[in-house]
Design a protein around this ligand. Structure first.
Ligand code: ZN
Length: 310
């Protein structure tokens, strides 16, 4: 029993062009960090391709076909001012989504205690019918729907500590009381959603933070809002949208977290998973745009996951 690490070289081939923050070097930085001896006991596997049927539990067929048709034969095509695709983007998106689905299958089957998916493009801004914020398919939301359809899990939670609000995941879960979404994020900041009073059917828990807030504020938001709500929800599986752009070094936002804060939140989420669902937790990469901070923060996140693995 161990921690599963999923990635795929195809995720490097989603080319966003010169100067784009969501770039392939992010995964290279994570790969370098996870090459340290500490990580030699990780169970490493290549991410499979997602089935379109799994993606279409969330995204309408017309949207999936639009994304596929938008992939250029060369160069780039912009889907919105932030979101760009290249010839390699289709396979990358299917691998990123496929990683999370496969990780769910392995964790639900007991073949791994927990898992981390080092993949891109990220997912949490993708709404059912709209690509945005560097995201094409909403990986965690698709994985949540897959968990219910294929594993008989009644209740699935997503906790999102990326510095941006996961508007896409919130939109996907909005009216379904058996899907939980809890998020800390900076406000004001892209995409503009995530106020405390956005509560869905009592299943959405937003804890916005102010520019300049630090790890103490972040931990208080978890202790006071996200973790008690998660405890009450009692999930059958915990999914994590692991963005590391709340780090003090990140260029896209103004929170002041450090690596220890990511270790802390990972430990708290593992405790919640242990209490309610036998420790079943699948984490997937969202943001994080300072390469050194991203590598170091991902390393403490995965190391903490491994610490819980027996
Ligand atoms: Zn982000």
């Amino acid at each position: 029993m161990t921690t599963l690490l999923l990635t795929h070289p195809a995720c490097l081939e989603h080319d966003t062009g010169y100067g784009h923050p969501e770039r392939a070097d992010r995964l290279r930085a994570i790969g370098d960090a996870l090459a340290a001896p500490t990580f030699k006991t990780l169970k490493r596997e290549q991410a499979p391709l997602a089935d379109l049927a799994a993606i279409e539990r969330l995204h309408p067929t017309a949207y999936v076909e639009m994304v596929k048709a938008s992939i250029p034969k060369r160069d780039h095509k912009w889907l919105d001012p932030d979101t760009v695709v290249s010839p390699g983007s289709w396979e990358a998106a299917l691998r990123a989504t496929g990683a999370c689905i496969y990780a769910v299958d392995q964790v639900m089957a007991g073949n791994a205690d927990n898992a981390f998916c080092a993949v891109r493009p990220p997912g949490h801004h993708a709404e059912p019918s709209r690509a945005m914020g560097f995201c094409l398919f909403n990986t965690v939301a698709i994985a949540a729907l897959h968990t219910r359809a294929k594993h008989g899990a009644g209740r699935v939670a997503v906790v999102d500590f990326d510095v941006h609000h996961g508007n896409g995941t919130q939109a996907a879960f909005w009216s379904d009381k058996d899907l939980f979404y809890g998020s800390t994020h900076q406000m004001p900041l892209f995409p503009g959603t995530g106020a405390r009073d956005e509560t869905g059917v009592g299943n959405i828990f937003n804890a916005p933070l102010a520019p300049g807030d630090d790890g103490d504020d972040f931990r208080m938001a978890f202790e006071q809002r996200i973790l008690p709500a998660l405890d009450q929800f009692a999930p059958d599986l915990l999914l994590v949208s692991a963005g590391f752009d709340a780090h003090v070094r990140d260029p896209l936002a103004q929170l002041r977290l450090v690596e220890e804060d990511f270790a802390w939140v990972t430990e708290k989420l593992l405790e919640a998973a242990a209490k309610h669902c036998g420790g079943k937790l699948v984490s997937t990469l969202e943001g994080g745009y300072d390469l050194d901070a991203l590598g170091a923060s991902t390393a403490v996140h995965v190391e903490t996951l491994m610490g819980a693995a027996s």
